[in-house]
Design a protein around this ligand. Sequence first.
Ligand SMILES: Nc1ncnc2c1ncn2[C@@H]1O[C@H](COP(=O)(O)OP(=O)(O)OP(=O)(O)O)[C@@H](O)[C@H]1O
Length: 261
Amino acid sequence: MIRLDRVGKTFRGRDGGAVEALREVSLEVAAGEFVAIVGASGCGKSTLLRLVAGLVPASAGAVTLDGAVVRGPRAETAMVFQAPTLLPWADVLRNVTFPLRLMRRADARTEDEARALLAVAGLAGFEKRLPRELSGGMQQRVAICRALLQAPRVLLMDEPFGALDALTREEMSLELLRLWTARRMAVLFVTHSIPEAVLLADRVVVMSPRPGRVVDVVEVGLPRPRSFDQEGSDEFQRCARRIRAHIFGGRGGTGDGARAA
Ligand SMILES: Nc1ncnc2c1ncn2[C@@H]1O[C@H](COP(=O)(O)OP(=O)(O)OP(=O)(O)O)[C@@H](O)[C@H]1O
């Protein structure tokens, strides 16, 4: 469904200097598949998502969605950023329905669907609150509901839980899996946490330091529904060790206790 074919991205600074963020990245993501992306800071993970979202053009190669080259933002794609980016003056319900209203896709059912989604995300009763009246974790759940209400076929998530405390992060991971199981869209999920990537994904794409290239794609053979109990399993450890070996290489991070997050 999503296809990156030898995609490169070079940014040109105002001073004429060039930053090569991605080089020859090829990747395919099937409809309904959950793919995590891990790699060192600055290796181009956000850039990769922004290319798929149509927010920046590729410098080389092509990004296609259902065979059509992505040339700009598309209605079937939604993105969740690291920070919740809510409208501060609009209440929760209006924030969640905002993109559909903007795209003139809102109809009589939109508000009911938004309320149902908020309830699943544990936010029933908060519909009329302003973002500043919510905790960071709750705001991020609002941002995730906003993306899901668009019923995207492609959900792009850029370290969506990065700013959350560890407990909220675990709770949100399981919540996201529940929502994904119910709606089954293709997910591209950037994270710095190897355990989070393994827990969530069908496949984990490991990227090299900048310029980012795909150095490995690890298939996660854990049964679903997933739970944190699986972290102790042989398959979980195998996947995590293999990813760590790529990221830490010979720098001593391949031991059993090492975590990327
Ligand atoms: N708009 C831009 N103009 C110039 N350089 C950019 C731009 N966006 C990203 N870069 C550069 O491209 C490289 C990749 O950035 P990107 O944000 O994609 O990395 P990342 O893997 O998501 O990093 P992190 O894990 O720290 O969030 C970096 O060197 C960054 O400075």
